[in-house]
Design a protein. Sequence first.
Lengths: 418, 412
Amino acid sequence: MTSTLPLTGINVADFSWFAAGPICAQTLGTYGATVVRVESESHMDGLRGVGPFPTGKTGYNVSGYYNNYNVNKLNVTINMNTDKGRDLALRLVRWADVFITNITPRVIERWRLTYDELLKERPDIIAVYQPMQGYDGPHRDFLGFGAVLTPITGFSHLTGFPDRPPAGLGTNYPDYVINPGHTLVAVLAALRYRRRTGKGQRIELSQLESSVAAIAPAVMDYTVNGRIETRAGNRSPYAAPHGAFLCKTIKVSTPFGEADEQRWCAIACLSDEQWQSLRRTMGDPEWARSDRFATLAGRKEHEDDLERGITEWTSERLDTEVMETLQAAGVPAGVVQNARDILESDPHMRERGYYVYLDHPEAGHNAYDGPGFRLTKTPAQYRTPAACLGEHNFQVATEILGLTPDEIADLMAEQVLY
Amino acid sequence: MSDPLPSALDDIRILDLTGQIGAYCTKLLADLGADVIKIEPPEGDATRLIGPFYHDEAGPEQSLLFYNLNTNKRGITLDLEDEGDRERFRKLAATADIVVESFAPGYLDSLGLGYEGLSKLREDVILTSITGFGQWGPHAGYLAPDIVGVAMAGIMWLAGDPQDPPNVPCAYQGYVCASIQAAGGTMMALYHRDATGEGQHVDVSMQEALLIAEETAMQTYDMNKIVRSRTGGRTSVPFPVPGIGPYEAMDGWVFSYVGTPGGAPWPEMLRWLEEEGMAEDLSAAPHREVIEQLNLRFLTAIALDKDLREKSVGTLERIGEVLSAFFKSKSKWELYEQGQRRRLLIGIVSTPEDLAKNPQLIARGWYQDIDHEQLHDTLRYPGPPYRLSETPWRIERRAPLLGEHNAALGPR
């Protein structure tokens, strides 16, 4: 293990909010960067007001949604709608190697935090903008966040069963890996280039473009073949069976009492050999021996019957038993896990210790998502829980912005450090 | 390279041993300028047989999926089970900064080509391994096509209608997310190596790569012991909420978030209905009074107050009816563009055709036309996920034909 992390010494001015920006900045922080998150009493991160909240607690410092994306950061409140606030922001930019924001272009321009403006303060700045649509183009000022982005980018049309409305993935999906993950790659490339040449640059990640890049096969099926793909449920042209199969219902305890929970196991046979293994594992039932199912083409043709037969077997068994038995026989299978399974019972997750538990002064002892990738010699560090709003105003103002205590007192009274 | 623009990775060579789970990782690095050599088995990467195919003609040189995942890479074939080819691989490995692979954990070790073996050939090598469950742990050896990853990471549990089985997200999101995380991890390790001369092994698990995309499900259970489940895109309140959810347009679908913070409030929607002469009885009592206050706070109050709920449900249903009829009378593009100009949170449910014709993507020159001289055709590809002003993303070369660079790179 090395004591310095890859980004030790890198300073990040995090002017982002919600998910796509803060998650990227958080990753930079877990690998050693010093991240200062800028918010304001008048412009705080919307996620602070969105649950979940720890049972019995309220207030804008305890949201599990917000806190999960803001570990390791210092938090300062700067009222950007004042001239003095903007001066403080520019001081922070002078300190920063990386500036990141996903706030809408209109507001960034009003705050005069465009790349041209930042360059005057810090000529080698790496300035990262994550607009919804882009800083130019006819839809530049369209509204949106992840929930609207999922339909706009094609995910909703392409996911789900054909006889259902395009409901999406149940989450603001591109916000969490696709957009912050793409951004991270770009930032690290820019940091590397700057180390080689001394030159900074501007990075623009249009969330629309970044997300559509993630469904490339369907896009090219249209641009090349003219086919408009549509959602087709869980099946695949290249595997049969391929889907989620109903397993034995279990009893679970909930805050509202004991309840039944439907359980599912995903099964996929990518080859005829895997199908033969599945057939044998099911006890070689009469129906499965039929020649109709011997080849992929046959299984695709009779997929309704195939799925019905497999469900007869899975529905008598626990999902974990189905998965473990099939994996032992060389058949791809995985429980359709929920958050409780992953947090509490998945033995693999427990052994790898993915989740990180941190003690937050207001929210308490909570789980946080761990690293999306693991560096064996320089592993991610989760040092401090998400900061409370303005928690580090004094520290940032003195140590980073170079203000005196008197100046700080004045700025607080004037609602600039606010 | 003819392009005079500088690149962030033009001094970096990467050996790419990945299958479908990892090919997007090396594509991201290749599109930023790295010299990526894709090493396929003699029969070719299995991804070559996954569609869609050029003009629907299945074949190893026709996969659009393969084309897109392997832009800018050169390609050679090596049989790692063969000692002669392994020696060729070792010679190449000595010249490589990074090796990316997606074999079952332990396979490369069994050939003497795991991290330990590679670091003897190249002391500061970075080895990035991309698998379903990572390099160690009780499930490390599990077979993990995309569906197993998205199932085990809780993504399927959240997707779909409660009456259906949980849904698999489109377009291999397990693979895509594993690859994106792997590209970030590889770049992080490279930044560290540049400064210290120290290489390392980057371990990417598709399951772990996806977990943060459970959104708040993990925290909701951790904090409240409540399991978030799939809702079919509907709100979880026990009454109709007009303006939130998927709505049918004349020619497709839109997704509406009218009444939520961040967009114009419901009265703006009513003004639009009135201007189009489609407000019916919504301009009058009791509907107008409800519309004036139709926001999340009001909805929360209804959810908590049974009397208020019973009083309001009929009105909400009527508002929903009128709104549905209005949406149905307009095209999805009209609803999206006109709604957005009124600052109403309405998104088009884009089909691939809508994406290809999206005025924003076209105005920004996003799509890339790439020459495939062997097809005598130029194919339109998705463009950059990000735009770097100094070291831009770019495609300079289509994906390699099978073994196309065997001669140039001299393995045979």
